[in-house]
Design a protein around this ligand. Structure first.
Ligand code: IMP
Ligand code: MG
Length: 184
């Protein structure tokens, strides 16, 4: 796997310290409030695990699984719910935790879906952000690290289901995509 990496964009250590900073802010902002953290599977799990251990107030947590169709490096914009949350978020404060905001379509969709279920509010936290790719306006309340418009894997992020277990956020060699007939 290591020999397929072109460059490391963000290290797992950098994201851990970002999680520490955001965890502190979240702990202050939600002190005395009922907070439910919702992790977006599968990519969000690594950051989610780093983040929750930096939060010092009691929280509830759940996961949602979504898919934008296919194995491509391009987001289709079609959001499909594969697994919904089980917890009742009525009158609770909701914080969605994502790995990466790209076009913004996924979080835009999830935010309004949860807002329709009667929570106190719904906010958004992301490990990584590619603002240059945004297609819809989206307020990110807890912002991780901004990256350029490059397709990345590792620290939870995949290409065709693989590379999620790389500890750092990496760009793969173009030969990896070319061999799958996906040239972005
Ligand atoms: P959005 O709906 O376009 O904002 O994309 C959201 C999802 O697409 C992210 O949560 C990722 O799962 C996936 N995604 C976007 N960019 C990348 C990337 O560079 N590498 C891996 N997955 C990505
Ligand atoms: Mg994702």
């Amino acid at each position: 796997m290591q020999n397929q990496i072109e460059e490391i964009l963000v290290t797992g250590e950098e994201l851990k310290s970002k999680a520490k900073e955001l965890g502190k802010r979240i702990s202050n902002d939600y002190e005395g409030k009922e907070l439910v953290l919702i992790g977006v599977l599968k990519g969000g799990v690594v950051f989610f695990a780093d983040l929750i251990r930096e939060i010092s107030i009691p929280i509830d947590m759940d996961f949602i699984s979504v898919s934008s169709y296919g194995n491509s490096t391009k987001s289709s914009g079609v959001v499909r719910i594969i697994k919904d949350i089980d917890v009742d978020i009525t009158n609770k404060h909701v914080l969605i935790v994502e790995d990466l905001v790209d076009t913004g379509l996924t979080l835009h969709y999830l935010k309004s879906m949860f807002e329709n279920r009667g929570p106190k509010d719904v906010k958004v936290c992301t490990a990584l952000d590619k603002p240059s790719r945004r297609k819809v306006e989206l307020e990110i309340d807890y912002e991780g690290i901004t990256i350029p418009d490059k397709f990345v894997v590792g620290y939870g992020l995949d290409y065709a289901g693989k590379y999620r277990n790389l500890p750092d956020v990496c760009v793969l060699k173009s030969s990896v995509y070319e061999s799958k007939g996906d040239s972005e």
